[in-house]
Design a protein. Sequence first.
Length: 137
Amino acid sequence: MINQFSTFFFSILILLTITPHKANAIITDLPECVVVTHCVREDFKVNDLENAFKKATKIVSETARTKIVEKTDSFIHAEAKTKWRRYTDDLLLKAIPEKGIIQVRSESRVGIGDNGVNQKRVDDFAYRLMTERDITN
């Protein structure tokens, strides 16, 4: 019995070390939108990723009814409240150096439709990213 348990335990251990584990995988992209009627994900090619991400952080922090809840050097998670009914939506931004892009994802937390709110949020972000002056530091 102990011999069978040892064999089983070591088999599982070997299997786990050979098979890539989701927790150890480096995920570079934001999740795809599952329900496209209330989610938008777009990529924005930028020349200077570091400066563009600083600018993106400033844009999100200055956006009405939007609060950054998590931030790293290459990732932002913000909660955006809709103007009407004050629903909370998730706004995610990620700098992906390998591709030279900033990826943006906006998704409603409730319902199956968003009346175009997420697309408008991403379009407004894109417009501001391309038209506002760069941050100089």
